[in-house]
Ligand binder design. Structure first.
Ligand SMILES: *Cc1c(COP(=O)(O)O)cnc(C)c1O
Length: 399
């Protein structure tokens, strides 16, 4: 009899475990190098005839366990871990794009992703167009004969724009391009882009995968075996964005509770979105949450995500000055929720994107992404939702 195909929650606890001493908790192999039985084995390792480890910039047993477990949860053929989410994005882009290539990207990108895809890539002769990702016609129109890659984030930060991944994947493939999805906001618990047609997925593991605000990490996942062996792996091995085995071990253990944490955070976030909606018409102009009926892409969100996510974005009403002043009063009035630009943490965090995460963008770029003076992003954690709502309501009374 063959083993049943285990479900993601089982894989999150069990997949990728390699035991050295029958230990129940996975080992932390804090080593940079490896000793060989003799010169023959060393030669065989370097020639690839012996698949063992050579050097931890290339591979490491603890990192490998994290990669195998995340790949299993994601339903990917492979996973390449990196030191940060930005190392993952940079490796995914620069490993496959060359001078003369073109990329189409949704303009609602995380600030550093925009820097890499725009400022950095253009210095190396890689051109990119940034479009309104919700407009399928814009993806079609922007593609050129030399377009190699489509790149998007869904839901986006901080505007929670939800993009139709299967439709965009179809357009990409029609144009002979790959689709890369930054799946940080959804996590593999809520959305599996590879199943929806994407070719590559990347993560900042710093966010929900760790989920307790401790370590930085990242990952690129895919299903095309030759992309890993011929394109991504040589880039990572030789340029060195490798993750520390210690961080990989923290993340490996965090994956065991990812499903529980993300689902509980989503339940909290949905309740908070509902509670905050009572302030629309008062200090608030809008509450954005992908599963609320008034979200512009609620229908797409329900089709491709298992829940609405852990982030709620609110927009204060009034002219720019009033809205920003109220956003600051509100943030200043929070007692329980921390003012912090991180997200996906067990602790609920709130930030004003215009003056923090998106402060380096031009005002025009910010407005195109919906980063208005009155916008506040709430990353909802694991506290009791009644305590969170009481804190939010009290802060709202200051506005
Ligand atoms: C945080 C984040 C990143 C970058 O990840 P780091 O681990 O901070 O390097 C990339 N994309 C999105 C959507 C993020 O939220």
């Amino acid at each position: 009899m063959t083993k049943p195909p285990y479900r993601p929650r089982t894989l999150a606890v069990r997949a990728g475990t390699h035991r050295a001493f029958q230990e129940t908790s996975e080992g932390l192999f804090l080593t940079s190098g490896y000793a060989y039985d003799g010169p023959e084995q060393a030669a065989a390792r370097f020639s690839g005839d012996d698949p063992g480890h050579i050097y931890s910039r290339f591979s490491n047993p603890t990192v490998q366990m994290f990669e195998e477990r995340l790949a299993a949860i994601e339903g990917a053929a492979w996973c390449q871990a990196t030191a940060t989410g930005m190392a993952a994005v940079t490796a995914a882009l620069l490993s496959q794009l060359s001078a003369g290539d073109h990329m189409v990207a949704s303009r609602a990108l995380f600030g550093s992703c925009r820097y890499v895809a725009d400022d950095l890539c253009s210095r190396f002769g890689i051109e990119a167009d940034f479009i309104d990702g919700t407009d399928l016609g814009a993806w079609k129109a922007a593609a050129r004969p030399n377009t190699k890659l489509f790149f998007l984030e869904s839901p986006s930060n901080p505007g929670l724009e939800v993009l139709d991944i299967p439709a965009i994947a179809d357009i990409a493939h029609d144009k002979g391009a790959r689709l890369l999805v930054d799946n940080v906001f959804a996590t593999p618990v809520l959305q599996r882009p590879l199943d929806l047609g994407a070719d590559l997925v990347c993560y900042s593991a710093t966010k929900h995968l760790d989920g307790q605000g401790r370590v930085l990490g990242g990952a690129v996942l895919g299903r095309e075996e030759s992309f890993l062996t011929d394109t991504l792996k040589p880039f990572v091995r030789n340029t060195g964005p490798s993750i520390s085995p210690f961080n990989a071990w923290v993340l490996l253990k965090s994956l065991e509770t990812l499903d529980l944490r993300v689902r509980a955070m989503c339940e909290n976030a949905a309740q908070i979105a509902e509670g905050l909606a009572a302030h629309i018409g008062g200090p608030l102009a809008r509450v954005l949450y992908p599963f609320r009926d008034d979200h512009p892409q609620a229908e797409i969100a329900r089709r491709q995500m298992a829940a609405g996510g852990t982030v709620v974005t609110v927009e204060f009403a009034g002219d720019a000055e009033t809205a920003q002043a109220n956003a600051f009063r509100f943030l200043g009035g929070l007692e329980l929720i921390d003012v912090s630009n991180n997200l996906g943490d067990a602790k609920s965090l709130a930030t004003h994107p215009r003056t923090t995460t998106h402060s380096r963008l031009s005002e025009e770029a910010r407005m195109l992404q919906g980063v208005t003076p009155g916008l506040v992003r709430l990353s909802i954690g694991l506290e009791d939702p009644a305590d969170l709502l009481a804190d939010l309501d009290a802060a709202m009374r200051a506005c």
